[in-house]
Design a protein around this ligand. Structure first.
Ligand code: PEP
Length: 261
């Protein structure tokens, strides 16, 4: 069975709950107008926490095939953790996915691989799919250490995750130098690291599990560059930031199969 591509729009701290419903509605219309096959590509939006209830209400009422998720989750199930959101709360809101370890959380909130591994665990144990972000900074790539660095992140994040849980995760390879910069990795760059991640997953969890797991590329993905990246063997989708805020552009990204050169 081949892997169904996933296009996930990370809205970051953009769009209030009213803008969120308008954006999801426009995305849905754009895809519907193009007779988009939601069984061929999974489409997800990842709004701020404050938008999730509104997105849930819209998606449920209009029976949309768009899925959604959070941008972060607590490692703790409940209690005195001011400002945190638990996996159970996300489940109650119908979330299918949650991002863990985005480079902006690593950079601005000091998140470590160990913490990110705990968040990924909290998600899978609650039935949510974590989208685990990994990827190197520019200085590391310039030294030619990007593969080793990214694989070390995989080892550290997945270190505690058991064989039966790991295949429930999605991994997003996001070179930090390509996030929000307009600087996109070449398809060969993306394949080099995504292929190495799959090999490492095979040695951790076996070939069959590694074959099932989806590995996304993220970093300045746009309608104009998505097709060539998606043509690579080990790239199973995109984690899309800026371009996902424009529903027409994001719909084109989701329709990548139609514009393969
Ligand atoms: C991201 O935020 O995960 C991302 C890849 O952003 P952008 O697409 O804007 O580079």
């Amino acid at each position: 069975m081949s892997r169904i591509p996933l296009m996930a729009g990370n809205w970051k701290m953009n769009l209030d709950h009213l803008e969120a419903t308008a954006t999801v509605q426009r995305l849905h219309w754009a895809l519907q107008d193009a007779n988009f096959d939601f069984n061929a590509v999974e489409v997800a939006v990842l709004p701020p926490f404050t938008d999730l209830r509104s997105v849930q209400t819209l998606v449920d009422a209009d029976k949309m095939s768009i899925v959604y998720g959070g941008q972060d989750v607590s490692i703790n199930p409940a209690g005195a953790y001011t400002g945190e959101i638990s996996a159970r709360m996300l489940v109650k809101l119908g979330c299918k996915y949650v991002v863990v370890g985005h480079s902006e959380r690593r950079q601005f909130h000091g998140e470590t691989d160990k913490l990110i591994g705990g968040k990924a665990m909290a998600a899978v144990l609650s039935g949510i799919t974590p989208i685990v972000c990994v990827g190197e900074a520019l200085a590391i790539r310039k030294r030619g250490e990007h593969v080793a660095y990214t694989l070390a992140q995989i080892d550290a994040v997945f270190g505690e995750m058991a064989q039966d849980l790991a295949p429930r995760a999605v991994i997003a390879y996001e070179p930090i130098w390509a996030i929000g910069t307009g600087e996109v990795a070449t398809p060969a760059d993306a394949q080099e690291v995504c292929g190495a991640i799959r090999e490492r997953l095979a040695s951790l969890y076996g070939r069959q599990a590694a074959w099932q797991m989806r590995i996304l590329y993220g970093g300045s993905v746009k309608a104009s560059n998505v097709a060539s990246i998606m043509a690579e063997a080990d790239v199973d989708g995109g984690l899309v930031g800026g371009a996902s805020l424009d529903p027409a552009e994001f719909a084109k990204i989701c329709r990548f199969a139609e514009h393969i050169a």
